[in-house]
Design a protein around this ligand. Structure first.
Ligand code: UD1
Length: 339
């Protein structure tokens, strides 16, 4: 019988891509999302790509009664928990909103899973938990640094909540995936990143500048100790990232974990500078991205990229899509929005 995965935040950027990859890998999927920072069109996009009328439940994961009801109506084998806020700057301005939503919803979800006897959960974590490590690339053993934002703190706290819950509650299994910088869109251009307002992340800002919605991109600092002075990141294709979730769920369901709580870096292992990203985007898409170099953005780290050895050896996962291919997909998605 097909296994069924509940995808919370499944109308969001990474959640919608993961729903597609799960369905294409043979899973049944239920999407739960409160649509507070996402659009129902993403669910329609998932349905169009897969040809499957994926069930959609408009619920908030802070609502334990709604979760209990959902678990009573579907037989769920595993949960992937994406539902969370993710704007670093906003989290500094409104920490309670972040702690309440990101931490509260995970606690509520785990409690509902316990009640319903659902054993497997993948948590959507972030490379932000490492801060600026002393040595790079970051491995899963690299010590976590004190969080530089409430957003980052919620990722650390939720990892700890999962670790402690797995240790305490018999039968519960968990995997935390630490994402580096997810970019790009599905090759169909039917789903992609849909930022509300001014994008905080670089690729949507680049595509909106190239299409004329923004007049120029601000590059935050060219005085870092990096080859071209701009900051280094590990940009991972969102479909590759989505596939990592499929592999993680499969590992748990097959009883293949080494320990009941595991953590994996999900990146490419390759550092790319902001300037390389901008120039690469211009070159593969044949468009100009007007930019201006301004000062550093507070809270930014100089360089961050992943050691992906563990994901490769243990999950058998590695990134496959190239940066040019990924930047083309981001542009195709932006152009699809113009219509
Ligand atoms: C940040 C968070 C990360 C979070 C992610 C999702 C940190 C250290 N990182 O990643 O945990 O998961 O957001 O929201 O908290 N840049 C520009 N101009 C722009 C925008 C960005 O030059 O207009 C630069 C940044 O300075 C950075 C790079 O582009 O060097 C990537 O920025 P961004 O896309 O915002 O991701 P991170 O800050 O790496």
């Amino acid at each position: 019988m097909k296994k069924c995965v509940l995808v919370t935040g499944g109308a969001g950027y990474i959640g919608s891509h993961t729903a597609v990859e799960l369905i294409e890998a043979g899973y049944d999927v239920v999407i739960a999302d409160n649509l507070s920072n996402s659009e129902f069109e993403a669910v329609e996009g998932v349905r169009r790509i897969t040809g499957v009328e994926v069930p959609f439940e408009k619920i908030d994961c802070n609502d334990g009664t709604a979760l209990d009801d959902l678990f009573a109506r579907y037989t769920i084998d595993a949960v992937i928990h994406f539902a969370a806020f993710k704007a670093v700057g906003e989290s500094v301005a409104e920490p309670l909103k972040y702690y309440s939503n990101n931490v509260g919803s995970f606690v509520t979800l785990l409690a509902a899973m316990r009640t319903a006897g659902v054993a497997n959960v993948v948590f959507s974590s972030s490379a932000t938990v490492y801060g600026q490590p002393e040595t790079l690339p970051a491995t899963e053993q690299t010590p976590r640094q004190p969080a530089t934002s409430p957003y980052g703190a919620t990722k650390q706290i939720c990892e700890d909540i999962l670790r402690d819950s797995v240790a305490a509650y018999d039968g519960l299994r968990g995997i935390a995936l630490r994402y580096f910088n997810p970019i790009g869109a599905h090759p169909s251009a039917l789903i992609g990143e849909l930022p509300r307002g001014v994008p905080a992340n670089i690729v949507p800002f680049i595509t909106q500048t190239a299409v004329g919605i923004r007049s120029e991109l601000s590059i935050f600092g060219d005085d870092y100790s990096t080859p071209d002075g701009t900051a280094l990141r590990d940009y991972i294709n969102v479909v590759d990232l989505a596939r990592a979730h499929v592999v993680a769920v499969g590992r748990m369901l097959a009883g293949g974990q080494r320990t009941s709580y595991e953590v994996f870096n999900i990146g490419t292992g390759r550092p790319v500078s902001v300037m390389e990203l901008v120039k690469g985007f211009e070159s593969v898409n044949g468009v100009k991205v007007p930019y201006r170099i301004i000062g550093r953005r507070p809270g930014d780290v100089e360089a961050m990229w992943a050691d992906t050895t563990l994901a490769t050896t243990e999950l058998g996962w590695h990134s496959e899509r190239t940066l040019p291919e990924t930047l083309r997909s981001a542009w195709a998605w932006q152009l699809s929005l113009k219509k």
